[in-house]
Structure formats: structure tokens, C-alpha cells
Design a protein around this ligand. Structure first.
Ligand SMILES: Nc1nc2c(ncn2[C@@H]2O[C@H](COP(=O)(O)OP(=O)(O)OP(=O)(O)O)[C@@H](O)[C@H]2O)c(=O)[nH]1
Length: 321
């Protein structure tokens, strides 16, 4: 059968292991069948496969009289990612090769594909693809990407409490601040500091102190809104950024956590550790462009709660709520 790429009568290589007998003096079939890459040719209008080399036949089977989407992708129609429309100019002139990567749905391996419109032996323009197996490189790339993502996520988490660390608070918070300003929506920050934490460390031991911090982290994770950014911003100091929250909402949230802390003692080695915290709330103001400004007002309000006797909530500038 004439493959179309070969200009003389040449037997098509079989998918079995026996080497094909090549009669074409140019040895083109032998060259194509010895390539460690898929080469195939299909028509633009009917998607019929006109040629596929031995690499392809060994993986995807026989192709004669079949469509590329059926043989190569086991599909029941043209592939959604078909690159045919990228291979010809609007006036029908072949464009330079289109190079892309994808994972084959039949053998699940990754290929780098080089697609091009070429002139077939009967004169019409057809699609040719040369696809090289890049699975090993791709897997390494994907593993590296996953490792980098994990490292980035780890760098933004506080080891002890498993909530955001200070760096993450500023990174995510600054973005939310810009968003709030753009959409002219409110935004609030609640800051709190555990009361007499040194006494917990001194009385129950540093490990008990760690257990308390973990407990607070857990409450923040479990009881906050998904859209809020809760972070440990210091030793026993925490902050919650509340997007789209006005004073009433922030006050309600602060009261909710204040009660939760008071009402959920930590059980540590048969001992019960009771905690409370002093809270400060600050709201986004029109002149704010940096998160630090709002945080420092929340910090000021928090110190009013500390100085007034602890276990209470102040809204900046000086309102006990
Ligand atoms: N267990 C533990 N303790 C910590 C950690 N980070 C900071 N601390 C302790 O937190 C304590 C903070 O003490 P202070 O700043 O005096 O505050 P406080 O005792 O909470 O008193 P007030 O804030 O005034 O109510 C210190 O003893 C620190 O050693 C931590 O990761 N684990």
C-alpha cells in the first residue's frame, strides 16, 4: 500500500515484531519506522488517517480507513484540543509548525507534538504530526512543580498552629485590602493576644503552652469564615482579617471567639487550662493603602483591652464593645 509519504510502492510495516521488508530504494519507510516517535498524517476535512509509522501502529494498532480521533484518542468525534485550525493561515497557506505538549488519553503518556500542514502526494494539504514521548521529563517537571507548591504552602503556614503565619497574613491581606478599596467594600481586622500566657507556660510547662496555641489555631480554623484570613502574627498574638465586614460584623466575630476561648478549656495531661484573650478591632479607612496601618490600629485597641483589665474587646479608637 502506498503510504503517501513514500513515493514508490512500499509494503506497510506490520505491528508485530518481524522486521518489514523494505523495497523503497530511498529507505524512507525504514527511517520512519525506526523513529522513536509517532509520525502520522491525516486529512483536514475527514480526519482520515493516511499514514502512521511503526511507533504509532505498535501503540495504537492499525489505522487504515480509520479517523485520527478514533485511533489515537479512542474518541467518538474530533478532539476538543485538535490543532488543525492552527496549521493554516486564513488564506490556506501552511503556517510554521505548531509545537505543544499533551497527555494521550489511550496510553496516558505525555507527548511533545509538532504539527504542520504539508503537501500530500496527491497535491492536497494534510496534517502531519510528529510526537515524541516526553513522559519522564514531564513527570519530573510535575513532581518539581508539586514540591515547589508544597514548599510555598509550608513557608506560609505556622508550624505549631497550622494556620497562616505573619508573612502569609501580609501577603494575602494586602491583596484583599486592594480588592476592598477597588470595590469600595468594608474590611476589618481583629487582633487578640492571650492573657497571662506566661503564667500558663510557667505553671503548666512550655509544652502545655504549645497545646494552648494549637487549640486556638484549631478554633480559628474550625469556627472562622472560609473567606477570612486568620494568622498567628506573634508568639501568643493572632489576627483575623475579615473581608467585606463592617464594625458590627467584626464586633460579633470578636465576641464569638472571646466566648469560645472562655468556654473551651484545654485538657492537658489531666489538667484543665482556662484561657481568655484581649481583643482589638480596626476598620479600613479611606486613607489606608497598607495593611500595617490597620493592624497597628487594631494593636492599639487591643492594648486598651489589656490595660483595662484583659478579657475584653475594644474598637479603635477607644470604644469598649
Ligand atoms: N509555649 C509557648 N510559649 C510561647 C511561644 N511564643 C511565645 N511564648 C511565650 O508567651 C509569653 C508571653 O508573655 P508576655 O508577653 O509576658 O504576655 P502574657 O504573659 O500573655 O501577659 P499579657 O499579654 O500581658 O496578658 C512568654 O512567656 C513567651 O515565652 C510559643 O510558641 N510557645
Amino acid at each position: 500500500m502506498n503510504s503517501g509519504i513514500i513515493t514508490r510502492d512500499v509494503p506497510t510495516a506490520s505491528a508485530d515484531d518481524s522486521p518489514p521488508v523494505h523495497t523503497d530504494p530511498e529507505g524512507l519507510t525504514a527511517i520512519l519506522d525506526n523513529l522513536d516517535a509517532l509520525v502520522y498524517v491525516s486529512t483536514f476535512d475527514t480526519y482520515e488517517l493516511l499514514y502512521m509509522n511503526a511507533f504509532g501502529r505498535n501503540i495504537w494498532g492499525s489505522y487504515e480507513g480509520r479517523k485520527c480521533w478514533s485511533v489515537l484518542q479512542n474518541g467518538d468525534g474530533p478532539c476538543s484540543f485538535c490543532s488543525n485550525h492552527l496549521l493554516l493561515d486564513h488564506d490556506g497557506t501552511p503556517k510554521p509548525p505548531h509545537v505543544w505538549e499533551f497527555q494521550n488519553t489511550v496510553d496516558q503518556r505525555w507527548y511533545q507534538c509538532r504539527d504542520q500542514a504539508i503537501r500530500w502526494t496527491d497535491g492536497r494539504l494534510v496534517r502531519m504530526e510528529i510526537a515524541t514521548d516526553i513522559t519522564d521529563r514531564k513527570n519530573m517537571e510535575l513532581a518539581l512543580q508539586a514540591a515547589r507548591k508544597k514548599a510555598e504552602a509550608t513557608a506560609l503556614k505556622d508550624d505549631l498552629t497550622r494556620i497562616n503565619n505573619r508573612r502569609a497574613f501580609f501577603q494575602f491581606g494586602q491583596q484583599l485590602l486592594h480588592q476592598a478599596k477597588r470595590s469600595q467594600s468594608p474590611l476589618a481586622i481583629i487582633m487578640f493576644d492571650l492573657d497571662h500566657f506566661k503564667l500558663i507556660n510557667d505553671g503548666f510547662g512550655h509544652e502545655a503552652g504549645d497545646a494552648v496555641l494549637r487549640h486556638v489555631g484549631q478554633l480559628l480554623r474550625d469556627k472562622g469564615r472560609d473567606s477570612d484570613i486568620a494568622a498567628r502574627v506573634g508568639g501568643e498574638e493572632f489576627a483575623i482579617l475579615l473581608p467585606d465586614a463592617d464594625a458590627d460584623h467584626a464586633i460579633e466575630m470578636a465576641h464569638r471567639f472571646s466566648s469560645l476561648f472562655r468556654e473551651s478549656p484545654i485538657h492537658y495531661r489531666d489538667q484543665e487550662i482556662r484561657i481568655s484573650a484581649s481583643f482589638g478591632i480596626a476598620l479600613l479607612e479611606p486613607q489606608d493603602s497598607r495593611l500595617e496601618k490597620i493592624l497597628s490600629r487594631a494593636d492599639e485597641a487591643m492594648y486598651q483591652s489589656k490595660n483595662n483589665g484583659r478579657d475584653q474587646i475594644h474598637l479603635y479608637p477607644a470604644r469598649k464593645v
